[in-house]
Design a protein around this ligand. Sequence first.
Ligand code: CP
Ligand code: NVA
Length: 309
Amino acid sequence: MAKNKERPHRDFLQIPDFSAKELDKLFALADSMKRGRYKKKPLAGKSLAMIFMKSSTRTRVSFEVGAWQLGGHALFLSPRDVQLGRGEPIADTARVLSRYVDGIMIRTFAHGDVEELALNASVPVINGLTDLLHPCQVLADLLTVRQHLGGHRKKRFAWIGDGNNMANSWINAAYVLGFELTLACPAGYDPDPYILARAQKKAKVRVVRDPAEAASGAHVVNTDVWASMGQEEEQAIREKAFRGFIVDEKMMKRAKRDAIFLHCLPAHRGEEVAANVIEGSQSRVWDQAENRLHIQKAIMAVLMGGEKL
Ligand code: CP
Ligand code: NVA
């Protein structure tokens, strides 16, 4: 996790900011929070600034409610309301917010903007989604896997769809935790080459073109929208490119019999996922959404509240 003498706090910008050992402890902490066994208020008297340059339901509500449940308070800052939206530099925003709050969560477009914010902030920065990564979501997904399948070890994961922020974060998770991950992406929609190459040195991570190949024998089948936030104008062209990539009952039948289906949401039924799969018995999407709250509380308790891993 990013830590040095000048910046004694830790940030969470990408999954490799935690070691595998730390992730295990983070999942255990989140689990104890979910079970109601964690009674501490490590954020008492503390505030989290939440910058949202893109829309959100889950991230906004889970961070705000989570901060409150830990004894703290969260501020929702949209570009309509803050000067960042009128061009105030990120570095200035970082330095000013650091004088008021104890942590900053940001959802934005360019990943470099989050890195710049972190570089200039003197409080922990948490990545709430960029075009490149969505690390909080994938930790929530792994918590879901832990709760339903007993953990990620010896499990095979399938990603079917765009090589987007979610796919890149799954690759980062495989890199840190060492599980097997097969991604099926149409040509031209591959994951980030640097992130992929780094993971392939440590874990069995493959990119294939055939979604059925990725789904075969998987314990976890994962997908996401074909056009992410900011790509709305590419919807029609992407619908063509992703033809055959829908996770339907036939695709789920290729996976293990007790495989689970995950989707970070929001979902487009009839596009990347069939309605009877997302509503079906193998779907864990609502637990997955709930787990955003628990894992982010664990992250905030560690980064902002002095909780040790
Ligand atoms: N999955 C997720 O991040 O959802 P929101 O866009 O609603 O925050
Ligand atoms: N890939 C999606 C994830 C939404 C939570 C997006 O970036 O829009």
